[in-house]
Design a protein around this ligand. Structure first.
Ligand SMILES: [Zn+2]
Length: 116
C-alpha cells in the first residue's frame, strides 16, 4: 500500500540530505516543475543505454541542480533528482507524490500550479 504525501513547492527539496528523487512515468524527459533550468552537462551511464543530463537552476545565485535520466530498468520512466534548495520564490507548484515503502522512492502522481 502506498502512503500518499503532498509536497509543497520549496518543501520538495527539503529532505534531510537536501536531495530528493522522483521516478515518473513520462514520455517527456523534462518535467514541468515550474522552475527554469539550464543544461550544463551530459554523461553516459554505465550499464545503461540512456545518457544522464545535468541541469542547473537558471536563477542567478541559486545553486540547485537536477539530474535527469531514463530508468535503465524501464525506459517508460524518467528519474529526476534534485539537489539543494532554491533560494528564491517558488512558483507555487504542488507535487502530489506517493512513496513506495519498499524502495523509499517517491513517485510523482501529479502536479498542480497554484493560482498566484
Ligand atoms: Zn532556483
Amino acid at each position: 500500500m502506498l502512503a500518499t504525501v503532498i509536497i509543497r513547492s520549496r518543501a520538495a527539496a527539503v529532505a534531510a540530505s537536501g536531495k530528493i528523487a522522483f521516478r515518473t512515468r513520462s514520455e517527456e524527459e523534462i518535467l514541468d516543475d515550474g522552475y527554469k533550468w539550464r543544461k550544463y552537462g551530459k554523461k553516459s551511464v554505465k550499464n545503461s543505454p540512456n545518457p544522464r543530463n545535468y541541469y542547473r537552476c537558471s536563477t542567478e545565485g541559486c545553486s540547485v541542480k537536477k539530474r535527469v535520466e531514463r530508468d535503465k530498468d524501464d525506459a517508460n520512466y524518467v528519474v529526476t533528482m534534485y539537489e539543494g534548495v532554491h533560494n528564491h520564490a517558488s512558483p507555487g507548484t504542488v507535487y502530489y507524490a506517493s512513496q513506495d515503502p519498499a524502495s523509499g522512492r517517491f513517485f510523482v502522481t501529479g502536479t498542480h500550479h497554484l493560482a498566484p
